[in-house]
Structures are given as structure tokens and as C-alpha cells.
Design a protein around this ligand. Structure first.
Ligand SMILES: *[C@@H]1O[C@H](CO)[C@@H](O)[C@H](O)[C@H]1NC(C)=O
Ligand SMILES: *[C@@H]1O[C@H](CO)[C@@H](O)[C@H](O)[C@H]1NC(C)=O
Length: 505
């Protein structure tokens, strides 16, 4: 009888596990970005980027006064990086291409830097040798300084500059790269770089910087998408999308006011980038556009601080995607009246003038903005499924930061990944068209203005060592096990911390 019961239970639990399985074609990967790992900032003809300029001339803006001059030195360590991807048994690797490494003089059409092209060729070929799918980000924040001097994303010329650069990378790498994303995280570039003081180029043009940047970015994205779609896709057969950092933003209570406040905040935070591309009608989100227009007039501006899209522009941008890339880390709740902070100047924060609530119960990471928020991925992806007619989605970043002292035993990161991936399974069961998941990050790297104080790596990098030695953390073994079995086993514990490459990788 006892034995019978035991077998019965076992069958039930193994059945349940079989149901909770990632499909074989689900793309598991890890992600990085050029400036955060490559180093070699002035080597082999590379030009200066806005992050080179900012960290060199204003080091006090960085928490630990550091920069990405060397970082994880992946320019020289790329074979080791690919070896790590093989150790983890990953299907894909998301990396970014450095614009100033490819076009040190971004306005001279024929001056492609061959050494830069060689570097990415070697990197990509090393991945393909082991059946690792490359997913390339065309732009991940390292704008050539020369273009910033000419206005950067605030220049109406920006879309043309970007299309030119995108065409160069399609031409050089598109025979082998089949998954392209134009921009990484518009919000962080526009709100924090042009409209704020947290990212290069640090312009802090709070009233209009964010919005002019958003318009030019959308036009640039659409030009790069259409260039691919018309002139490269017919022979290269790849796909092109955009990556947006989207937190789950929910209402604090069920009241109508809080629901409206949450919607307004969603429109302000990510809707201004997503809505023009992914919604059926296109254009900037309606309610938020109306609020900004009205406030602008009250504040004495001649027109809305959020620029108009012409009918032609709206149509050009709408539908310019093959998939949606989402960087997802966290979430928060919004109230119409409570938890408000004073916003002294005209800005996006003042335009969506709502309160933000973060619960003390949510586990904090090493980054002040990153808490473990229950079901945030599920809430977000099911929301987007309904809103945008279930587009193909990749989670292009998702991860957890720890302080350097945490070392190799990173149990909170393991909890984060297991929780997020369980949510990913819930999403698949709910019919979300979720095609892959990229962990941020393959290894520790330069975390922008946080320098090397907040670490996200599955592999620890010893930044003090000449070799920038990489060592797998406990989370690397757990992630590997999930990727291999396609099942999340909550009890799996790595028996030793010895990493090897499994057969077939
Ligand atoms: C950016 O602008 C805001 C609003 O005017 C101001 O409070 C803040 O101090 C500025 N930041 C810097 C670094 O000047
Ligand atoms: C993503 O967005 C949130 C706000 O929604 C922000 O706090 C966070 O810093 C962003 N994360 C990244 C990695 O850009």
C-alpha cells in the first residue's frame, strides 16, 4: 500500500514536471554589451564614444570613478567568452556591436574600420563553430562622440546616420547574423541620457530632451528596419526588432483613478517607444500625448513638448518589427494620489505626475532600482499579449545584481532566475508568444554609472587580474541545468563547482 502510494505520487510529480517544460526550440541565452565588456577602447583604430568621453572627462559622475577602458577585456578574451557559452550549453548569445569600432569617422561612408570588422567576424564565427545563434544589438549606448558633437539623438540627421551604420553591419555580418535588434533600451538613452543625468551624454534637458530623442530614435529604428526588410531580408532571411526595458507597472488599488494613473505611467515610461511601433493605430500614446500637450501650453511653450509625428512618419514607424525584445527586471505599483514626490521642473516625471510604491517585502538587490517583484514578468507579458496582439517576444535581458563581496555563492540570483523562469513557463501556458530568454549577464561587467559596484554575472570576473579571469558562480550551474533539461528543478544543487563542456557543445 505504502509503495503504491509512493509510486502514485512520483508519477504525479513527474507528470507535472513534464508539463512544465520549455520547448526544445525555446532560445536560451545570455547577454552582454560592447562598452560593458570589450575594453580596448582606443585600440586598432576604434573611435571615441560618448561613454569614453564622459568617463574620461567627468569620472566623478561614476560611483567608483572607474571606466570601461579595459572592463572584462573581451576584445582579447572573446574565445574564452564563447567557451563559457559552451560550458553553459546555451543556444544563443546576445552581444552588441560598437559603432565607433566599425565607423571611427561615422560620417565618411567609405571609412569602415577593417580591424573592427575582423573582431566581430572572429567573434561571430567562433559562435557559429559551436552552433550558438548570434543575436546582435546594433546600438547599445556607445555613440560615436563626433555624432554627439553634432547633436546626437537630438539631431534630425540622426535617423540617416543610423541607417547608414545599420546598412554597414547588415552587409558585413548579415550572412551569419539572423537576429538583429536596432536599439537597446530607448528609455534609458532618452530619459536618462538626454532628459536626465544618469547616462551619457548627461544633457539633463529635462523638459524636451526625452521627447525629441524619442522621435528621432523611432524614425532611426524604422529606417534601419525598412532597410533590412527591403534590401537584406530577401537574401539574408533574418529578423529585426527593437529592445525596450519594460518594468511591470500596476495600480496600487483597484480604483479607477489608480488604474488610470498606472496606464499613464506605462505610456510615459515605455509606451512612447512601444506604442508607435507595436500598436495597431501607431503614433504616440493618446492619453499621455494629451497630458503633455496641455501642460506644455500651460507652461508657456508654443507647442507640445512631445513633438508630433506626421501621418507619413506614423505609418513609416507602425509595424516596423519582426519581434519585440524586452529587458525585464522588476516592477512597481502606481497611485493617483499617494506616494507622490515633488517635480520642480517641466519633465516627463512631472507630465506623468503619479505616485510610485515599492513594497518593503520585495527582496532588494545591489541596485537600488531592482527588487524581486512577485509575478512581474507574468503580469507584464500577458498585458502586452493583449495590448499588441501577441507579437513574438524575446526576453533579451533579465537578471539580478549582487555586491562584489557576494562572491561565487549567489543564492539570491538563483532564486531570481528560478522565479522569473517559472513565470516564463506560466506565460507559455497562457499562450504568450515567448520565444527565448537571455540572462543578463554572461559575466560581470561595467555597470555604467555604478561602475564595478553592482555585478550581474553568471561568471565572476576578477577585474584585478591581468587576465580578467572568469569563474562560474553557483547560478551558472543552476542555469546550465535548466537549459539542459528544459525543466526547473527547485531542489537542484550543483555537487561541485567544476565546470565542463557537455558533449555536443
Ligand atoms: C538636472 O536637472 C534637474 C532639474 O532641473 C536638477 O534638479 C538636477 O540637479 C540637474 N542635475 C545636474 C547633474 O545638474
Ligand atoms: C529599467 O527600467 C526601470 C524603471 O522602469 C529602471 O529603474 C531600471 O534602471 C531600468 N533597468 C535597466 C537595466 O535599464
Amino acid at each position: 500500500m505504502k509503495l503504491f502510494l509512493f509510486i502514485g505520487l512520483f508519477a504525479v510529480s513527474s507528470n507535472a514536471q513534464q508539463e512544465r517544460r520549455f520547448p526544445d526550440d525555446f532560445l536560451f541565452g545570455a547577454a552582454t554589451a560592447s562598452y560593458q565588456i570589450e575594453g580596448a577602447w582606443n585600440v586598432d583604430g576604434k573611435g571615441e564614444s560618448i561613454w569614453d568621453r564622459m568617463t574620461h572627462t567627468k569620472p566623478h559622475l561614476i560611483k567608483d570613478m572607474t571606466n570601461g577602458d579595459i572592463a572584462a577585456n573581451s576584445y582579447y578574451n572573446y574565445k574564452r567568452d564563447v567557451e563559457m557559452i559552451r560550458e553553459l550549453g546555451l543556444d544563443a548569445y546576445r552581444f552588441s556591436i560598437s559603432w565607433p569600432r566599425i565607423l571611427p569617422n561615422p560620417l565618411a561612408p567609405y571609412e569602415v574600420n577593417q580591424a573592427g570588422v575582423d573582431f566581430y567576424n572572429n567573434y561571430i564565427n567562433e559562435m557559429l563553430k559551436y552552433n550558438i545563434t548570434p543575436m546582435a544589438t546594433i546600438y547599445h549606448w556607445d555613440l560615436p562622440q563626433k555624432l554627439q558633437d553634432l547633436g546626437g539623438l537630438l539631431s534630425p540627421m540622426f535617423p540617416e546616420w543610423f541607417e547608414h551604420y545599420a546598412r554597414v553591419v547588415y552587409e558585413k555580418f548579415g550572412d551569419r547574423v539572423k537576429l538583429w535588434t536596432t536599439f537597446n533600451e530607448p528609455r534609458e538613452m532618452c530619459l536618462l541620457g538626454y532628459g536626465g543625468d544618469e547616462k551619457a551624454p548627461f544633457l539633463n534637458l529635462t523638459d524636451i530632451g526625452t521627447y525629441y530623442c524619442a522621435k528621432n530614435l523611432l524614425l532611426a529604428h524604422a529606417r534601419a528596419y525598412h532597410a533590412y526588410n527591403n534590401d537584406f531580408k530577401p537574401t539574408q532571411n533574418g529578423e529585426c526588432g527593437i529592445v525596450i526595458n519594460i518594468s511591470w507597472i500596476g495600480p496600487l488599488t483597484d480604483s479607477e483613478e489608480d488604474n488610470y494613473a498606472a496606464e499613464l505611467k506605462r505610456q510615459a515610461e515605455w509606451g512612447i517607444y512601444a506604442e508607435p511601433i507595436f500598436s495597431e493605430q501607431g503614433g504616440f500614446p493618446k492619453e499621455f500625448a494629451e497630458v503633455v500637450a496641455q501642460k506644455s501650453i500651460e507652461q508657456g511653450y508654443a507647442t507640445s513638448r512631445l513633438p508630433e509625428l506626421t501621418e507619413e512618419e506614423r505609418k513609416f514607424i507602425q509595424g516596423s518589427f519582426d519581434f519585440l525584445g524586452i529587458n525585464h527586471y522588476t516592477g512597481y505599483l502606481v497611485s493617483a494620489n499617494e506616494y507622490k514626490t515633488a517635480n520642480a521642473v517641466p519633465s516627463l516625471l512631472d507630465d506623468a505626475d503619479v505616485g510610485v510604491y515599492i513594497s518593503d517585502d520585495w527582496l532588494p538587490s545591489a541596485s537600488d532600482w531592482l527588487k524581486m517583484v512577485p509575478d512581474s514578468l507574468y503580469n507584464l507579458l500577458t498585458h502586452l499579449k493583449d495590448k499588441y496582439n501577441n507579437p513574438p517576444v524575446y526576453i533579451t535581458e533579465s537578471g539580478w545584481s549582487e555586491v562584489p563581496e557576494t562572491g561565487l555563492i549567489d543564492d539570491e540570483r538563483i532564486l531570481f532566475y528560478r522565479t522569473a523562469l517559472n513565470n516564463a513557463l506560466d506565460c507559455l501556458e497562457a499562450g504568450v508568444n515567448l520565444k527565448g530568454y537571455m540572462a543578463w549577464s554572461l559575466m560581470d561587467n561595467y555597470e555604467w554609472i555604478a561602475g564595478y559596484t553592482e555585478l550581474f554575472g553568471l561568471y565572476e570576473v576578477d577585474f584585478k587580474s591581468e587576465a580578467k579571469t572568469r569563474t562560474p558562480r553557483k547560478s551558472a550551474f543552476v542555469y546550465k541545468q535548466i537549459v539542459k533539461t528544459r525543466v526547473i528543478d527547485p531542489d537542484y544543487e550543483p555537487t561541485d563547482m567544476v565546470m565542463t563542456i557537455d558533449e555536443g557543445h
